[in-house]
Design a protein around this ligand. Structure first.
Ligand code: HEC
Ligand code: HEC
Ligand code: HEC
Ligand code: HEC
Ligand code: HEC
Ligand code: HEC
Ligand code: HEC
Ligand code: HEC
Length: 630
């Protein structure tokens, strides 16, 4: 061998060694990933063998060991976590983990940002065939593997590799689990279609979504502008809430239990809530360099630390908050908590935390099924969705005076068995929006009419049940019963039922909240439903996808088997036809089901709709653009 050749050979074998050593470390640290996915020979790679090379991977480092390592010693905690939606928040895409079938499903929507897409499934593998057109109009199929999934409860979204680094691209359709149907990804948010491009955004998973949807996310932005993203674990696992576990597991295994884990129950209320707040909050990096440290080096908050050493908690921003600073979108419960009087005082022995009401591991004596508990992860007696459960434990654990029935009714002015005597319903009304539904506000507040007037415009708790009543009615009751002053009210606020006022004239956020609350059983009981039909019919042709979708669900719940066929993503003319049909049926139905002579509900003495008033209010609809991305 010549000297030159020898150098080359030596160089090559050094490179080989480096590769082998590198591979060894990579495999050793590889978390839940199956090494079998690594094909050393690149040659006849089907579209599907590549993905692990260019999607984020799970790597255990910096003391993170993954949930499987906790299982043996903490079987119960593991089991309840395993059945929680936290675990399945982010998953590697497989046909087993996907909620819908991908077998030859064609997605072709009128208002989609892309053309026709056909989903395919073969064994474990999922992919999407995009039909694209070149400048001459010739069509071709571009095949993309689906490699990652977000969500498993209300909705599921999908991701495919951009082909560069480990950057992911957003698949432009989502599956709505509650509605059992595909939708465009834009329809999942309260936003005007066509005005924001969400689809195909590259890299957003790597530098944004993973922060709240995985355990120990490290974007690892590289100099070439692409990501080499690692996470300790896909999904939200033990170490997101308890901190890295290597030292604990090692020491316990050696019979020395002195190295513990962060136990949220043992922390101060604030430190405990911050663990949840790392993800359930509206916040920003404090400085650019904090952001760079995270995006390049993965430096981030860990449980038990002060969250505000890492992040700035936001409290004003037109997008996430109503004008008076109350949270208006889902997933920001920590901001809500900080503003609640039950937390904001300074006595830690009486401070509310998330764990005042929620429990992250289902207790063994809890009679609910795992699935029931997993939905909202509430303590048994705090679960306001539990049928027949009618108690105020969540609040009277601290506000003990209301255990007394007389004191309760003196305070609520409703019978003790009425839904109007449940604390949650007046102090945590369903006035936040997200995941295509209304949710309980997590700021404890008391109902008043001022909060419902411009410029705030947040529907108050009384009228979210008494949707058939005017603001004047509510102001007068609040004055009589709670001694609140009556604010100045204009003609419409005095004479129009709040359901119609917000549902016809309100902005898109108000219309969406009304569409949901019209279907809330306590509201249907308090307000009756017949008058709601013309309003809901109108909302079937609303410009916002999310408003139409929710309005139909409410309408269907009211009409039952009389409900028409309707698709909120169908072309406009189809939706218009359904609106006309619903209205016609309502108009011609048995008179006994209609109220009469109720001007605030636009019902004439003969029970007919006062179309003129209805249309006048609609003409004044507040069409300012609303974009609530949660
Ligand atoms: C080899 C067995 C073993 C393993 C593995 C193990 N633990 Fe533990 N863990 C224990 C024991 C024993 C205790 C109780 C010791 C004590 O009282 O501090 C404990 C205590 C805890 C506590 C309560 C701490 C406190 O101070 O109240 C938490 C939380 C916890 N473990 C979480 C985890 C997590 C998360 C993992 C995996 C990352 C894990 N453990 C792995 C055995 C183990
Ligand atoms: C600041 C933290 C945070 C960020 C960043 C974030 N999310 Fe979320 N996300 C949440 C929280 C909290 C929830 C749960 C809200 C609830 O249940 O009310 C959630 C829920 C979801 C859900 C519903 C899951 C289900 O099973 O129903 C989807 C889908 C989702 N997020 C997608 C995304 C995507 C895509 C991104 C990135 C573009 C993203 N999120 C960024 C915190 C975040
Ligand atoms: C979303 C946050 C979260 C996740 C994820 C989580 N835990 Fe917990 N864990 C808590 C909280 C909060 C408590 C306090 C009691 C409760 O709410 O159930 C707790 C309590 C515990 C305890 C008991 C401490 C005690 O004093 O009784 C152990 C042990 C534990 N968790 C282990 C685990 C293990 C193991 C996993 C993963 C398999 C896990 N946890 C996942 C939040 C979490
Ligand atoms: C690492 C981020 C993260 C942490 C930490 C976290 N969560 Fe979550 N949480 C999420 C996301 C994302 C979702 C949406 C999951 C879903 O619904 O699929 C969620 C969902 C929930 C849900 C709704 C479950 C459902 O789908 O019905 C509750 C309740 C909840 N979290 C409470 C808490 C509490 C309390 C804590 C603190 C002890 C906590 N979370 C810690 C990110 C986190
Ligand atoms: C006073 C009791 C109480 C406190 C404190 C509380 N919650 Fe809740 N939370 C509830 C109730 C009740 C629901 C269920 C609402 C419903 O669906 O009716 C809920 C629902 C949720 C949901 C699911 C929303 C959805 O419908 O998808 C999340 C997420 C959540 N809470 C997170 C938190 C976090 C994080 C904290 C602390 C910052 C917290 N909560 C504090 C009572 C509470
Ligand atoms: C962990 C204890 C705790 C829980 C749980 C709790 N609170 Fe409170 N709450 C307090 C404390 C303490 C105050 C402050 C009272 C004071 O200033 O002395 C307070 C204040 C309030 C106030 C404002 C009082 C005022 O004078 O302005 C209202 C309203 C309120 N709570 C309602 C509720 C409701 C409704 C619930 C249940 C959804 C609830 N609280 C749950 C402890 C709690
Ligand atoms: C029908 C609606 C309604 C229900 C139900 C209700 N409240 Fe209230 N609550 C109000 C109103 C309205 C105020 C505000 C009074 C004012 O303007 O000062 C208020 C004020 C409060 C306050 C602060 C002032 C005070 O009177 O002490 C507390 C604390 C409170 N409520 C706790 C509770 C608790 C705990 C429950 C459940 C046991 C409950 N409320 C149920 C309507 C309600
Ligand atoms: C969770 C739903 C709900 C909320 C919130 C609620 N109510 Fe009621 N309300 C009812 C129901 C249902 C009735 C019918 C009788 C009953 O069940 O008590 C009623 C009856 C009434 C009545 C007597 C009947 C009538 O039509 O004149 C008045 C007055 C009243 N509510 C005022 C209020 C005020 C003021 C508030 C806010 C402080 C409020 N309600 C909040 C459900 C609610």
């Amino acid at each position: 061998m010549t000297a030159k050749k020898r150098t080359v050979a030596l160089g090559l074998s050094l490179i080989c060694m480096a590769l082998i050593v590198g591979l060894f470390f990579l495999l050793r640290n590889l978390g839940t990933e199956s090494p079998a996915f690594f094909s050393a020979t690149e040659s006849p790679v089907a579209v599907w063998e590549k993905p692990i090379l260019n999607r984020p991977i799970s790597v255990h480092d910096a003391g993170y060991i993954g949930a499987d390592a906790c299982r043996e010693c903490h079987q119960d905690n593991f089991a309840s976590w395993h059945d929680s939606y936290h675990r399945t928040m982010t998953q590697v895409a497989t046909s087993a983990a996907a909620v819908p079938s991908f077998k030859d499903v064609v997605l072709d929507f009128a208002n989609s940002s892309v053309g026709k897409v056909t989903l395919r499934q073969e064994g474990e593998k999922l992919w999407a065939d995009f039909e694209e057109h070149d400048s001459l109009g010739r069509s071709k199929i571009v095949r993309q593997p689906i490699v990652m999934m977000t969500g498993s409860h209300h909705a599921q979204g999908y991701w495919y590799p951009s082909g560069e680094g480990r950057d992911l691209k957003r698949f432009p359709f989502m599956y709505r689990i509650d509605q059992q149907r595909w939708i465009t990804d834009r329809a999942n948010f309260l936003m005007k279609p066509a005005e924001h491009a969400l689809s195909h955004t590259t890299g957003v998973w790597n530098h944004l979504c993973d922060r709240c949807h995985t355990t120990r996310p490290q974007p690892r932005l590289e100099e070439d502008g692409h990501y080499d993203t690692h996470v300790a674990e896909f999904g939200i696992a033990c170490e997101s809430c308890h901190g890295p576990g290597a030292a604990h597991a090692e020491s316990v295994a050696k019979g020395d239990p002195t190295i513990g884990m962060v136990n949220p129950l043992a922390l101060s209320p604030r430190r405990s809530a911050e663990i949840c707040g790392q993800c359930h909050a509206e916040m920003a990096f404090r400085t650019k360099s904090d952001y760079f440290n995270w995006v390049h080096n993965g430096d981030y908050y860990q449980p038990g630390e002060s969250l505000e050493d890492h992040l700035k908690i936001k409290d004003v921003d037109a997008h996430a908050f109503w004008q008076d600073g109350m949270v208006r979108i889902s997933g920001r419960e920590f901001n809500g908590l900080l503003k609640s009087p039950c937390f904001a005082h300074n006595d830690p022995s009486r401070q509310m935390t998330c764990l005042s009401c929620h429990v992250m591991h289902q207790p063994v004596d809890d009679p609910r099924s795992r699935k029931e508990w997993a939905n909202d992860q509430l303590k048994l007696v705090m679960d306001s969705n539990r049928p027949g459960l009618h108690n105020n434990e969540a609040c009277i654990q601290c506000h003990t005076e209301y255990t007394d029935e007389e004191k309760l009714t003196a305070h609520t002015h409703h019978a003790p068995t009425s839904t109007g005597s449940i604390c949650y319903n007046c102090h945590m009304p369903n006035s936040t929006w997200g995941l295509m539904k209304a949710m309980r506000s997590h700021t404890i507040s008391s109902p008043n009419v001022k909060e419902s007037l411009p410029p705030i415009g947040r529907p108050n708790a009384c009228n979210l049940c008494h949707l058939d009543k005017t603001l004047l009615w509510t102001a007068e009751k609040l004055h009589q019963q709670y001694d609140q002053p009556i604010p100045p009210l204009d003609e419409e606020q005095r004479n129009t039922a709040t359901g119609l006022l917000w549902g016809l004239k309100g902005d898109a956020a108000q219309r969406a909240l009304i569409a949901w609350n019209l279907g809330w059983p306590p509201a249907k009981e308090a307000a009756g439903t017949s008058w709601m039909i013309p309003l809901l019919a109108q909302l079937l042709v609303d410009p916002y996808d999310a408003v139409r979708s929710r309005s139909f669900l409410t309408l269907r719940a009211i009409l039952g088997s009389d409900a028409p066929d309707y698709d909120f993503l169908a072309p406009e003319s189809d939706r218009e036809a359904v609106r006309a049909e619903v209205l016609h049926n309502w108009d011609t139905q048995a008179d006994s089901r209609k109220s009469r002579g109720m001007p605030e509900l636009f019902l004439k003495p003969d029970g007919q709709l006062d179309q003129e008033k209805f249309d006048r209010l609609l003409r004044w609809r507040d069409d300012r653009e609303v974009f609530l991305s949660e």
